[in-house]
Design a protein. Structure first.
Length: 151
């Protein structure tokens, strides 16, 4: 029964986790669009280079959004369980809140490990690759863009 309980709670958490993570990534990327459009207009970056710029920005964005995403996913999952009186049903059948805790701890631990990996490996790699790609775009001969019209 414990495995069923943990699967049920996990199946409440992960869709919210993925959705909230995608929303946070979209919100942060929408703030970066002005900078990315500047690279396209002024420096003549191609679509593949812009996609690589976005890919190199993702580790920092995910590192920023991961703790909030985990908190919101767990909060919304237990809020939904509470609003449909499922927590009350679990408690009346002898399941305590401490028996529901391992799933939350596991999700939090996995989130912590991913954030640690991104903070130690992913973010420095993304920042370095972003700088290298920026220098490569600026040094390439085909970065004429629209600024040639104004010269």
């Amino acid at each position: 029964m414990r495995i069923t309980l943990h699967k049920y709670i996990f199946n409440e958490i992960w869709p919210t986790f993925i959705t909230v993570l995608m929303v946070f990534i979209f919100l942060v990327m929408s703030t970066k669009m002005l900078e990315l459009s500047e690279w396209v207009i002024n420096h003549g970056a191609r679509l593949t280079q812009v996609l690589m710029l976005i890919f190199y920005l993702l580790p920092d964005i995910i590192l920023f959004a991961l703790p909030v995403t985990t908190l919101m996913a767990v909060f919304v999952a237990f809020l939904r369980l509470s609003s449909s009186n499922e927590i009350l049903a679990m408690k009346s059948s002898g399941i305590s809140l401490f028996q529901m805790l391992p799933t939350v701890l596991l999700v939090s631990l996995v989130s912590f490990m991913v954030a640690t990996f991104l903070g130690i490996v992913g973010s420095p790699w993304g920042n370095r690759s972003l700088k290298d790609l920026g220098f490569q775009i600026l040094q390439s001969g085909d970065n004429l863009g629209l600024n040639i019209l104004f010269d």
